[in-house]
Design a protein around this ligand. Structure first.
Ligand code: 5AD
Ligand code: FES
Length: 346
């Protein structure tokens, strides 16, 4: 369809569209795919060549004080079997990861009050001291400016905090009343202001999501100019109130990856585990749609299944080394090269 091509060209040239134009693209997913994905790959190639960056993901606690309706580790899920890694176990994961060539460590967890601001700061300091050539990424939820600043001063380089949805009403349909999209966005602006390489993001196909909401998300991303964006399909978890909701589609996820690659050409964009869960070749397809990051799991295998944000999560039985090898082969299978450099935003 001609208008789709015109809009993709316009996006590639001016790196922004109006909400109405984004909505039009989203309402015509499937039209001129080849053109869209071609443009997305072109943008990735121009900025990063055929390199794919690797991040060692450490899911260090599944305790969470929040109660997001979609999430399997939400506070009110009594059936979740809870664990937290000790700082020693986390350092051991880093050591394994470093040996495998990882130069970015991502500390991701629920909002676990046991890990006080001080403990996280100490952990970051320890990691940076032991591995000064590595980047440390935090993904531990909403905190005030001072806490984010303290962790930044301790050496943290990057922070992932998906905004989940930019639309306040949609946000309220996914979260309990104590949480708000305003505060979420404020956190992201604070992270940027402090100097973190900052990541926002959404789930594709989350309950009640409309194309108008996604158009708002894209507009929000244009305003924030994040260095990273996390996009994966929503996948229901059996012990949440969204158990019976349909999962987001692979097609929509790939479409969003491509649009975001063109909107923010230099963005670091992972082919997520959720995408790989929905389709055995999902991550490979993600790379072909413009993603340039993969995040194999470094957490101890015995805890992998417990970090169950959604059902049927992949990579829960493999040791870090197996995941690393598997990922290298997957990346190579679609003509890219997995590289071990830090992979900072350019
Ligand atoms: N399906 C897909 N992604 C999910 N997340 C949480 N629950 C789910 C789910 N059921 C995502 C959220 C969160 C990130 C860590 O994982 O977007 O920000
Ligand atoms: Fe984990 Fe393939 S990436 S086993």
């Amino acid at each position: 369809m001609e208008r789709v091509i015109t809009l993709v060209d316009k996006l590639a040239k001016s790196h922004v569209l109006s909400r109405e134009e984004f909505s039009f693209l989203l309402d015509n997913i499937g039209e001129e795919d080849t053109y869209l994905y071609g443009k997305a790959r072109e943008a990735a190639l121009a900025n990063y060549g055929n390199k794919i960056y690797v991040r060692g993901l450490m899911e260090f606690s599944n305790y969470c004080k929040n109660d997001c309706y979609y999430c399997g580790i939400r506070r009110s899920n009594q059936k979740a079997s809870r664990y937290r890694l000790s700082p020693e176990q986390i350092m051991e994961c880093c050591s394994i990861g470093y040996g495998l060539g990882f130069r970015t460590f991502v500390l991701q967890g629920g909002e676990d009050p046991w890990f006080t601001d001080e403990k996280i700061a100490y952990l970051v300091e320890r990691m940076k001291k032991q591995y000064p050539d590595c980047a440390v990424t935090l993904s531990v939820g909403e905190k005030g400016y001072d806490t984010y600043k303290r962790w930044f001063d301790a050496g943290a380089d990057r922070y992932l905090l998906r905004h989940e949805t930019a639309n306040p009403c949609h946000y309220a349909s996914l979260h309990p009343p104590q949480m708000s999209s305003e505060y979420r966005k404020e956190c992201l602006h604070n992270l940027k202001a402090i100097g973190y390489q900052t990541g926002c993001g959404i789930m594709a196909g989350s309950p009640y999501q409309t194309t108008a909401h996604i158009a708002e998300d894209l507009e929000f991303m244009h305003g924030l100019q994040p260095e990273m964006v996390g996009i994966g399909p929503f996948i229901p978890h059996h012990d949440t109130q969204f158990a019976k909701e349909p999962a987001g589609s692979v097609e929509m996820t790939l479409f969003l990856l491509a649009v975001i690659r063109i909107l923010l050409p230099k963005v670091l964009l992972p082919a997520t585990t959720a995408l790989g869960t929905m389709d055995p070749l999902g991550r490979e397809k993600g790379l072909q749609a413009g993603a340039n990051v993969v995040m194999p799991n470094l957490s101890p295998v015995k805890n992998r299944k417990q970090y169950e944000l959604y059902d049927n999560k992949i990579c829960t039985g493999e040791e870090a080394a197996e995941c690393r090898g598997c990922m290298g082969r997957r990346v190579a299978s679609v003509g890219y090269e997995l590289v071990t450099e830090r992979g900072d935003a350019v």
